[in-house]
Design a protein around this ligand. Structure first.
Ligand code: GAR
Length: 190
């Protein structure tokens, strides 16, 4: 089966980049589209450098129309990856891609999840709580922030001296190591 991925990202897109590189020579898995809610997000430059089509969305388009489904049809998109995408996925999209949308979250869900918990905010909260470990969660996406079924978790140590920036670096390393391989494994089962 041919797997055609759309990756949603709001910012730098280091995870999106790792996924693109990982699947570059895989004949069955194509990253076909990068979607962002920010017209100036660095992830869009990275996509263009890699020759991958991009789509910039705004709230009316995403929440008050279902046009993105038609757009996806043009690329035969059949799997969606959220990699640093900060908007809630609308229910029409969750329904259309039931079991075929995954997200990565930079903490051990259900801890440090939910609306407003993203990026550095997560690492600052982990630090403030004096946690001795944190990690990543890859999970299916449903209509609530960070609540879909977990697929994979990996942990790392938090030292008392670690700053939120240092925690972020450890988390990114874990994400880059695991996210593409977990996606590949999921797709191989389909
Ligand atoms: C990643 O750490 C990802 O887990 C997080 O945003 C970062 C994006 O980094 N996502 C969330 O916080 C979602 N709630 P990147 O743009 O370098 O891939």
């Amino acid at each position: 089966m041919q797997h055609n991925l759309a990756i949603f990202a709001s910012g730098t897109g280091s995870n999106a980049k790792k996924i693109i590189e990982y699947f570059k020579h895989n004949p069955n898995i194509n990253v076909c589209l990068i979607v962002s809610n920010k017209a100036d997000a660095p992830v869009l430059d990275m996509a263009r450098t890699n020759g991958i089509p991009t789509l910039v969305i705004d709230r009316p388009y995403f929440y008050h129309s279902e046009d993105i489904l038609n757009f996806f049809n043009q690329f035969s998109i059949n799997f969606v990856v959220l990699a640093g995408f900060l908007w809630l996925v609308p229910s029409y999209l969750v329904r259309a891609f039931e079991g075929r949308i995954v997200n990565i979250h930079p903490a051990l869900l259900p801890k440090y999840g939910g609306k407003g918990m993203y990026g550095m905010r997560v690492h600052e909260a982990v630090k403030a709580a004096g946690e001795t470990e944190t990690g990543i969660t890859i999970h299916y996406v449903n209509e609530r922030y960070d609540e879909g079924d977990a697929i994979f978790q990996a942990k790392c140590e938090v030292k008392p001296t670690d700053t939120p920036d240092e925690i972020a670096q450890k988390i990114h390393a874990l994400e880059h190591r695991h996210f593409p391989a977990v996606i590949e494994e999921l797709l191989e089962q389909k």
